[in-house]
Design a protein around this ligand. Structure first.
Ligand code: GTP
Ligand code: MG
Length: 149
């Protein structure tokens, strides 16, 4: 089953949006398999965003992600990667649709409150990067038969 790495960025934590953001994925019906509050070291931030290394905003992005604790999450479900990206909304919160996390809760790309993996491959890669194996929990939610026929 597909897995995605979701992270409340430091602005989301500082603004008290952790519960709100977790709720959106929880209510949708995806399964939480990993969760922690974590101060990201610089080398991990650089590895996570390595595809953006050449961008002019890269140093600012690394400063932002390491500026305070983040909330790291692993979520599992059929189609979770693309669905989570839809729940999160466009990179620029001013372009993000109302009803999405960024559309409802943010105003600027450089403070867009949450991250979501952009492919199933990156979901796997990022969960392995941010979590130890023993921090990922397999369990069967009681609601499972009421979510999928
Ligand atoms: P993530 O879920 O965080 O990966 O966002 P994304 O997939 O919607 O966007 P992308 O991977 O292209 O960029 C990663 C992050 O870099 C964004 O979420 C922003 O926080 C930041 N970023 C992207 N473009 C810009 C930009 O033009 N300026 C600034 N300041 N930050 C940017
Ligand atoms: Mg991205």
């Amino acid at each position: 089953i597909e897995q995605t790495y979701i992270m409340v960025k430091p602005d989301g934590v500082q603004r008290g949006l952790v519960g709100e953001i977790i709720s959106r994925f929880e209510k949708k019906g995806f399964k939480l398999t990993g969760l922690k509050l974590f101060q990201c070291p610089k080398d991990l931030a650089e590895e996570h965003y390595k595809d953006l290394k050449a961008k002019p905003f890269f140093p600012k992005l690394i400063d932002y992600i390491t500026s305070g604790p983040v909330v790291c999450m692993a979520w599992e479900g059929v189609g979770v990667v693309a669905s989570a990206r839809k729940l999160i909304g466009s990179t620029d919160p001013l372009q993000a649709e109302p009803g999405t996390i960024r559309g409802d809760l943010a105003v600027q790309t450089g403070r867009n409150v949450v991250h979501g993996s952009d492919s199933p491959e990156n979901g796997k890669r990022e969960i392995a990067l941010w979590f130890n194996e023993n921090e990922i929990n397999q369990w069967t939610p009681a609601q499972a038969p009421w979510l999928r026929e």
